[in-house]
Design a protein around this ligand. Structure first.
Ligand SMILES: *Cc1c(COP(=O)(O)O)cnc(C)c1O
Length: 348
């Protein structure tokens, strides 16, 4: 088989959820964010594994993801939709029992007119200026919204991955001003917010990346393991070049392995000449350009001939790879392609 194998370690995933849940007080509920197909790792198996740990609240980005998640989970767990109640979504929201997070007075009106008495949440903007009602908008609709009984009021932190950033305390203060004393469940913290400390936790936390093994949860166990088969090995003389545009030249007699994955699989071209792959614990440099379906790797220093090399695993996290490409672990994960053979490891 020449397609690479992406192994998703559901035991590591659930261990990460338990570890994050261990950061919050017993009365605080740890939910799970499974948007973008659970950060590329498969919303259905991921959410089922988390539901098995007792997770009862899930967050997705758009209603279509909520539909797929409801089909995977069945009735029971609460599924929040961050993008809220968009025009045309009423039937899906009702039939699949989704809880839209209403982001504007327009969404609130649309929801209360189309689906009075159907559960909803409210998002307030506390300074990120991305989603949520502005304080003035909230003032204007507060009474109507509260009379209808929101399931949750939430906001989102812009700088939670930088614990010392003054934005964190500023957003916390604004969130408290807008929501103190309402007697409604509140949520402010994603992964980064959980690590900022208990005053950020409120009633429900919403971790995403930490569940999947990414920063800022430095203690996370890696969840994604990606192993790429070697298609061919060739011997080069010093002075020969490798790949498109001749960007790498052998400075010594070299052994080059050609591997079956490329930028079409999410191994972005920015990794060219900057990443390593692993044979066991031994790093082997990626040389030349990443092409659509292929990588070329210098295995001159390996004593044996590998059948495959690992690009994600115990020796290289999504954040290590992201650093090599000048991006973040979130982007590496969500870019992982559709072509991999996916294997879910559980109960090991
Ligand atoms: C994506 C997202 C989360 C999860 O964030 P992580 O940094 O992945 O933990 C939580 N809340 C909102 C509003 C989000 O968009």
């Amino acid at each position: 088989m020449s397609t690479a194998e992406l192994t998703i370690d559901l035991d590591a995933l659930t261990a990460n959820w338990r570890a994050l849940d261990g950061h919050v007080a017993p009365g605080v509920e740890t939910a799970a964010v499974v948007k973008a197909d659970a950060y590329g790792l498969g919303a259905a198996p991921v959410a089922r594994a988390l539901a098995g740990q007792g997770v009862r609240r899930f967050f997705v980005a758009v209603a279509e993801e909520g539909t797929a998640l409801r089909e995977a989970l069945g009735p029971g767990p609460e599924i929040f939709v961050f993008s809220g109640h968009m025009a045309g979504d009423a039937v899906v929201i009702r039939d699949l029992a989704l809880t839209p997070v209403l982001n504007s007075p327009e969404q609130l009106t649309r929801h209360l007119e189309a689906l009075p008495r159907h559960p909803f949440a409210i998002q307030l903007d506390t300074g990120m200026n991305r989603l949520g009602m502005e304080p003035g908008e909230w003032q204007a609709v507060r009474e109507v919204a509260l009379a209808a009984g929101p399931a949750l009021i939430m906001s989102h932190l812009a700088c939670a991955d930088e614990p010392d950033h003054p934005m964190n305390a500023a957003q916390l203060a604004r969130f408290r001003e807008l929501t103190d004393g309402l007697g409604i469940a509140r949520s402010l913290a994603a992964t980064g917010g959980i690590l900022l400390g208990p005053e950020y936790h409120f009633d429900i936390t919403r971790p995403g990346i930490g569940l999947y093994g990414g920063l800022p949860f430095a203690a996370a166990r890696p969840v994604a393991h990606l192993s790429i088969p070697v298609i061919q090995i060739r011997e080069l003389e010093a002075g020969e070049t490798v790949g498109y545009s001749n960007t790498w030249t052998a400075t010594r007699p070299s052994r080059i392995a050609t591997l079956s994955a490329g930028y079409a699989d999410g191994l972005i071209r920015a990794l060219s000449g900057r990443a390593v792959l692993f044979h066991g614990a031994t790093p082997c440099p990626l040389v030349g350009r990443v092409s659509m379906d292929l990588l070329t790797v210098d295995i001159t220093d390996l004593p044996d001939t590998p059948a495959s090399l690992d690009i994600l695993g115990p020796h290289q996290t999504v954040d290590d790879l992201a650093r090599a490409a000048g991006t973040i672990g979130y982007e590496i994960l969500t870019a992982l392609g559709a072509r991999y053979r996916r294997r879910y490891r559980e109960g090991a």
